[in-house]
Design a protein around this ligand. Structure first.
Ligand code: AOF
Ligand code: ZN
Length: 365
């Protein structure tokens, strides 16, 4: 009997993990919507699979039913997020599941969207469908951590990334561009870029490195680019203004500028406080633009201001094996007690440490 229930649990987790894998195929195309996948099972066999492919397009449940090779009546649906019960850009999935005669629904996590939260389950149960919530809940939460934060706090999930020498320096000084880490780290950092909605840098990094901030080492979508340039003094000859590789925002002072759009970037005014752009207001403004996750790639001043505003959720520190002599640009990130190291891995000769805060806010959901 006990073995039986272990087998059944594993089977439900297996189908749910397939739904999560399907959901991931929407990465880069669905934000600010969540990534959602759905598996339809009849008599123990998968008869249909689908995922939310495009923002504004059909939801995962509808896609799975469209793709089903058999009538799903009396079937079981596995979906990593609670089915929606509202009409947004698309009709409610609860209605589609009910109309198609689905008898049971396994849900990864409740939809943190306050308009849906719990009401989707209620609608299904009211129609006589048996609903089980919390299958692979941790994984489901992790998958949509950016959406979860954005929809509940109206702020993006914030990742700070830094590359440092073995003795903790980001470079020699703020005027010199220097590459510290190896190829494996670079590829890893490009994957990280492909997983966020936007990458943010400061004026000095834009000037000194003239980066493109695109995804080149791996396949994936280019994130939006956000450049902090309080007084709008950056030269328009920079790569980001010319390559047309990604949408670009320039954040500038609301004391002097208004919101405008050109063919090469959008100017977004944000609150200037003590001669810097307020990190909280920067993030609130970007959240309003539908940015659910952002990777802060530096430099030192930007990292310092976001750190002291206490708005960073996750930190990626890439450490090279070599000592940098006569360096002045210290990495401002210190992993104090409030940070939990969630991962430590070797990337070629470099080491990556991932640290996290705000785990409690995920568990609350
Ligand atoms: C689901 N299945 O595949 C997704 C859901 O404007 P709409 O119609 O696309 O609805 C967007 C909201 O629906 C989004 O904020 C989130 O709460 C939910 N996403 N729900 O049942 C899906 N992507
Ligand atoms: Zn839906």
């Amino acid at each position: 009997m006990e073995t039986d229930s272990i087998l059944t649990t594993n089977m439900h987790e297996l189908f749910m993990s397939r739904a999560i894998e399907l959901a991931k195929q929407g990465r880069g195309h669905v934000s600010p919507n969540p990534m959602v996948g759905c598996v339809l099972v009849l008599d123990g066999d998968i008869i249909g699979e689908g995922y939310h492919e495009q923002f504004g397009g059909p939801h995962a449940e509808v896609m799975a039913m469209r793709n089903a090779r058999k009538d799903p009546v009396d079937g079981i649906a596995y979906v990593n997020l609670e089915p929606c019960c509202t009409t947004g850009k698309t009709p409610p999935c609860t209605a589609a599941l009910i109309e198609n005669g689905i008898s049971e629904v396994y849900v990864g996590m409740l939809d943190p969207n306050p308009e849906i939260n719990g009401k989707g389950v209620e609608a299904l149960e009211k129609a006589g469908i048996m609903v089980h919530v919390g299958i692979l809940e941790k994984e489901a939460n992790r998958l949509n951590q950016s959406f979860n934060k954005w929809i509940t706090h109206k702020m993006p999930w914030v990742i700070a990334k830094v590359a440092q020498s073995a003795n903790g320096y980001m470079g020699l000084d703020s005027e010199t561009s220097i590459w510290l880490t190896g190829d494996v780290s670079r590829t890893h950092a490009h994957t990280l870029r492909s997983e966020v909605d936007a990458v943010l840098i400061g004026r000095q990094t834009a000037l000194i490195d003239d980066p493109s901030l695109t995804v080149r080492e791996v396949s994936g979508e280019n994130p939006k680019r956000v450049i902090m340039d309080t007084n709008r003094t950056l030269p328009l000859s920079l790569n980001i203004f010319n390559d047309k590789k990604a949408e670009t925002y320039v954040l500038c002072s609301d004391k002097r500028f208004s919101k405008t759009k050109t063919h090469f970037c959008q100017y977004l005014p944000v609150r200037e406080e003590n001669n810097i752009l307020s990190p909280i207001h920067v993030l609130e403004s970007l959240a309003k633009e539908g940015i659910t996750s952002i990777l802060i790639e530096g430099g030192q001043k930007i990292l310092e201001s976001f750190l002291s505003a206490d708005v960073i959720d996750q930190i990626f520190i890439y450490t090279a094996p070599d000592i940098l002599n006569d360096a002045h640009l210290k990495n401002p990130i210190q992993l104090s007690d409030e940070w939990m190291i969630s991962e430590e891995e070797k990337l070629g000769d470099d080491t990556l440490i991932i640290a996290e805060k705000g785990v409690e806010c995920l568990q609350e959901l």
